[in-house]
Design a protein around this ligand. Structure first.
Ligand code: KG4
Ligand code: ZN
Length: 341
C-alpha cells in the first residue's frame, strides 16, 4: 500500500509554510513570508504576523496543491505545528488545519516545531540511523535533541536558558548598527574580522557531563559582554573594530554550540549529527561543526538552507513519520502551546 499523503502547515513565526509529503518524499513546499513587514519594525510583531498568515494561508495551500498537481481530496492526513511559537500565528495555522480535517474528514496531527527542524533532513538525506543527535538553532530556539525515533522518542538533552543563538546575533547586529535581522549581517562582517581578536566568555561550558546544564546554552551573558566591550571602547574615544567584534562573538557562539554537541554525541555514543534551524546558515557554525565532526568521526547532516528556515516541509515530514508510526491523531480540540517542550 502506498504511504499516506500528508499535508503540512507551519505558522509558528513569520513564515506561512504548506507542503505535501508522501513517505520520505517531498512533493511540494510552498512558503510565504511576512519578514519584509517586520524588518521595518526591527522585530517580529505577532499581530502583523497573524494577519499575514490569515491572508496567505489559503493562497499558499492552493499554490502547493497546484504545483504538485494534487487535489485536496487526495490528502490522507493533515499535520500542523502545535507549538512552540507565537500564539496568534500558531492559532491561524491550527484553525486552517482543523477546518481541513473536518472538511475532508481526515485525521489531524499537531506536531512539535523544533522536532520538525530535525525531521526535515529525512527528506534530503534519507532515514535517520537508530540514534541521531540533532542541534536545532534559530532565532527562537537552541536545542540539543537525542532522536531515538523521530515520531515517538525524542529526548531534549539541553536548550537555551535565555537568548537563542540567532536572537543573540540579532541583538549584536543592532549593537553594531546593522539592519534587522542582524544574524546574516553579523555573519558577513565576521568573515572580514579576526575571530581570535577578542576572547569573549563561553557561557555554561564549565558544566560537565551528568551535571545540571551540561547541555544547556546561555548566550545572554555573551551578548552583554560584547555590549560592555563596545561601550568601553566608545567611552575611551577609540574606534570599534566591528569586524573583529563580530568574528570574535561568532567564534564564541560556534565554539559553545559545537563543543556541547560533540560532547553529547560522545557521551551517548551517537555518530550522526543533524543541524537545523535558520541559524545553521551561519558560516562559523558550519565550518566548526564540519571540522569537529570530522575529527570525532561523526557524520554531519545539514539540509539546504531553504529547509533550515521555517517551512511546511518540516511539519509534513514529521507528520508523515508520526502517521506511519501509528500514533493516534490529535483531538480536534487540540490547543496551541507557545512554550511546548
Ligand atoms: O529558523 P529561522 O528562519 O526563524 C526562527 O524560527 O527564528 O531563524 C532565523 C534566525 C534569525 O535570528 C537570523 O538572524 C538568524 O537565524 N540567522 C543567522 C544567519 N542566518 C540567519 N545568524 C547568523 N548567521 C547567519 N548566517
Ligand atoms: Zn523554527
Amino acid at each position: 500500500m502506498a504511504d499516506p499523503l500528508v499535508l503540512g502547515i507551519e505558522t509558528s513565526c513569520d513564515e506561512t509554510g504548506v507542503a505535501l509529503v508522501r513517505g520520505d518524499e517531498l512533493l511540494v513546499d510552498a512558503v510565504a513570508s511576512s519578514m519584509e513587514e517586520h524588518a521595518r519594525y526591527g522585530g517580529i510583531i505577532p499581530e502583523v504576523a497573524s494577519r499575514a498568515h490569515l491572508e496567505a494561508m489559503v493562497p499558499t495551500i492552493q499554490r502547493a496543491l497546484g504545483e504538485a498537481d494534487v487535489d485536496l481530496s487526495q490528502v490522507d492526513a493533515i499535520a500542523v505545528t502545535a507549538g512552540p511559537g507565537l500564539v496568534g500565528p500558531l492559532t491561524i495555522g491550527a484553525s486552517a488545519a482543523k477546518a481541513l480535517s473536518i472538511g475532508l474528514n481526515k485525521p489531524l496531527y499537531g506536531v512539535n516545531h523544533v522536532i520538525g527542524h530535525a525531521a526535515v533532513d529525512v527528506l534530503v538525506d534519507g532515514p535517520f540511523p537508530e540514534r541521531t543527535m540533532a542541534l536545532v538553532v534559530s532565532g527562537g530556539h537552541s536545542s540539543l535533541l537525542l532522536v531515538e525515533d523521530i515520531a515517538t522518542r525524542v529526548i531534549e538533552l539541553g536548550s537555551t536558558l535565555d537568548d537563542a543563538a540567532g536572537e543573540a546575533f540579532d541583538k549584536v547586529g543592532r549593537l553594531l548598527g546593522l539592519p534587522y535581522p542582524g544574524g546574516p549581517h553579523v555573519d558577513r562582517l565576521a568573515r572580514e574580522g579576526d575571530p581570535q581578536a577578542i576572547r569573549f566568555p563561553r557561557g555554561l561550558t564549565a558544566a560537565k557531563d551528568q551535571q545540571k546544564h551540561a547541555y544547556d546554552f546561555s548566550f545572554s551573558g555573551l551578548k552583554t559582554a560584547v555590549a560592555r566591550w563596545v561601550e568601553s571602547r566608545v567611552d575611551a574615544g577609540q574606534e570599534v573594530p566591528k569586524a573583529d567584534v563580530a568574528a570574535s562573538f561568532a567564534e564564541a557562539v560556534a565554539d559553545v554550540l559545537t563543543a556541547k554537541t560533540i560532547a553529547a554525541c560522545r557521551r551517548h555514543g551517537v555518530d550522526t549529527l543533524v543541524v537545523g534551524g535558520g541559524f545553521s546558515a551561519n558560516s562559523q557554525l558550519r565550518e566548526m561543526a564540519a571540522k569537529r565532526c570530522a575529527e570525532s568521526g561523526i557524520n554531519l547532516r545539514i539540509p539546504p538552507i531553504r529547509y533550515c528556515t521555517d517551512n511546511g516541509a518540516m511539519i509534513a515530514a514529521l507528520g508523515s513519520a508520526v502517521v506511519r508510526a501509528g500514533v493516534a491523531p490529535s483531538d480536534l480540540g487540540i490547543p496551541v502551546d507557545s512554550s511546548m517542550p
